[in-house]
Design a protein around this ligand. Structure first.
Ligand code: MG
Ligand code: ZN
Length: 368
C-alpha cells in the first residue's frame, strides 16, 4: 500500500516536472519561418547540469525530434565557434578560428544571406557582441574571427532587419579607421539604439524600419551580473520579423556565454546561462506551436570544458568537474520542431545543418 502510494507520488512528481511534448505538425509542409538557436558550448552535460538544477525540468524536453552532429573542423578534431558556425551557416568546413570565406567569390551564401536574397526577413539576437564568431559567421567574409572592426564593416553589406547584441565600440569607436558605422547604418535607414537609450523592452519598435540595438560597448554582462535583455529581445524580435516580411523570417538566436562559463570552469555560470537559453527556447517553441509554420532548430557549436556530472552533494545539487579550459570534440545534440524537423534526426556532420535548412525550405537539392 505504502509502496503503491510512493510510486503514485513519484509518477505524479515526474509528470508535473516534465514539460509536455510539443503539438505535432505536418512534416509535409514547407516551413515559412526558421529559428536557429545556438547555445555556444552547450553539450549534453551542460544540458544535463541545467536539467538537474532546474526544479521545473527543461523546455528542451518538449522536443520529439533529436539528432546528433559531428563538430570537427577542416584542420582539427576540436573546433572553435567560428569554424563551427561557418559549417552551420554556409555548409563549409573551415579551418579553426576562421570563417572559411576569404575567397568571397567562391564562398557559398549563408542561410541568412540566401533567405534575405529571396525575400525573407532576418534577425539576430545574441548575448555576445554582434561581431563575435557565432553571429559573424552568418554575415562576414573576413578570414579570422579576431578581426572585429573588419567584421563590423560587413554588417553594412547585408540588411539584417532586426539585430540585438553587444559590440557597439567596433562600430563607433574604431581604432583602424575614422568611420562611424552607426551613423552609416542610420543613413541606410536603420533605427539604431543602444543601452544608453534605455532597456529594449521600453523602446518603440516598428517593423517599418530595420532595428538595431547595442546592448553593450564590448561584451554584454553575464545573466548573474545583471543582463536582462535576452528573452525580451527575442520576444520582440519574433513579432518584428513576422510583420516585416509576408514571406517569413530567419531568426538566429545565440546563448553566447554558456561557452564562457565553460572556459572559466565556473559551473554556476554554465548552468545559469543554459537555463536562461532554455527559457528562450520555450518562448520560441510556444510561438512555433501556435504558428504551425515555423521550423525551430536548437543546437550548439561544440562542447566546452569537458564538463561532467560526477555525483550530487547532500543538498541534492549536482557535483561537476571540468577536464579542460577549452572545447572538446564530443558530438552535440540537435533538437528540431515544426515542418521539416524530421530531417534533423540521425547522426551527421555540422555542415548538414545548413543543408537540411535549405532542403526543408526546398531551396536546395536534398542533403545526402
Ligand atoms: Mg558564440
Ligand atoms: Zn569557446
Amino acid at each position: 500500500m505504502y509502496i503503491r502510494l510512493f510510486i503514485f507520488l513519484i509518477a505524479t512528481f515526474v509528470s508535473c516536472s516534465t514539460p509536455s511534448p510539443v503539438r505535432s505538425v505536418s512534416n509535409e509542409k514547407t516551413p515559412k519561418n526558421v529559428i536557429l538557436m545556438i547555445g555556444d558550448g552547450m553539450g549534453l552535460s551542460q544540458i544535463s547540469g541545467a536539467l538537474y538544477s532546474s526544479r521545473r525540468g527543461l523546455e528542451l524536453e518538449r522536443f520529439q525530434v533529436i539528432g546528433l552532429q559531428k563538430t570537427s573542423c577542416k584542420d582539427n578534431l576540436v573546433t572553435d565557434s567560428a569554424a563551427a558556425a561557418a559549417a552551420m551557416a554556409r555548409g563549409i568546413k573551415a579551418e579553426k578560428n576562421t570563417f572559411g570565406t576569404d575567397d568571397k567569390a567562391k564562398a557559398p551564401l549563408s542561410v541568412l544571406e540566401e533567405m534575405k536574397k529571396r525575400g525573407w526577413s532576418a534577425g539576430i539576437v545574441v548575448t555576445s557582441s554582434l561581431t563575435h564568431a557565432t553571429p559573424a559567421a552568418f554575415v562576414t567574409y573576413q578570414h579570422q574571427r579576431s578581426m572585429y572592426e573588419e567584421i563590423a564593416k560587413d554588417f553594412l553589406n547585408i540588411d539584417v532587419d532586426f539585430m540585438v547584441g553587444g559590440g557597439k565600440e567596433y562600430f563607433d569607436r574604431r581604432s583602424n579607421d575614422e568611420r562611424n558605422l552607426i551613423e552609416e547604418l542610420k543613413q541606410k535607414d536603420a533605427i539604431v539604439k543602444s543601452y544608453l537609450d534605455g532597456d529594449i523592452m521600453d523602446l518603440n519598435i516598428s517593423p517599418q524600419k530595420r532595428f538595431i540595438y547595442f546592448s553593450a560597448d564590448g561584451e554584454p554582462l553575464s545573466r548573474s551580473a545583471g543582463r536582462t535583455y535576452f528573452l525580451p529581445a527575442c520576444e520582440r524580435g519574433i513579432i518584428f520579423l513576422e510583420r516585416r516580411s509576408e514571406k517569413g523570417f530567419f531568426f538566429l538566436v545565440e546563448g553566447s556565454q554558456i561557452d564562457w562559463g565553460g572556459h572559466a570552469n565556473v559551473d554556476e555560470m554554465v548552468v545559469d546561462e543554459t537555463i536562461e537559453f532554455d527559457e528562450v527556447v520555450g518562448k520560441m517553441l510556444d510561438f512555433a506551436e501556435k504558428d504551425g509554420e515555423t521550423l525551430v532548430i536548437v543546437t550548439a557549436d561544440h562542447e566546452t570544458g569537458g564538463f561532467s556530472i560526477t555525483g550530487e552533494n547532500d543538498k541534492g545539487k549536482p557535483i561537476v568537474e571540468f577536464i579542460s579550459k577549452d572545447h572538446t570534440a564530443t558530438m552535440i545534440p540537435v533538437f528540431a520542431y515544426g515542418p521539416g524537423s524530421e530531417k534533423f534526426a540521425g547522426i551527421y556532420e555540422n555542415t548538414k545543418i545548413h543543408d537540411k535548412i535549405l532542403e526543408a525550405l526546398r531551396l536546395n537539392t536534398p542533403a545526402e
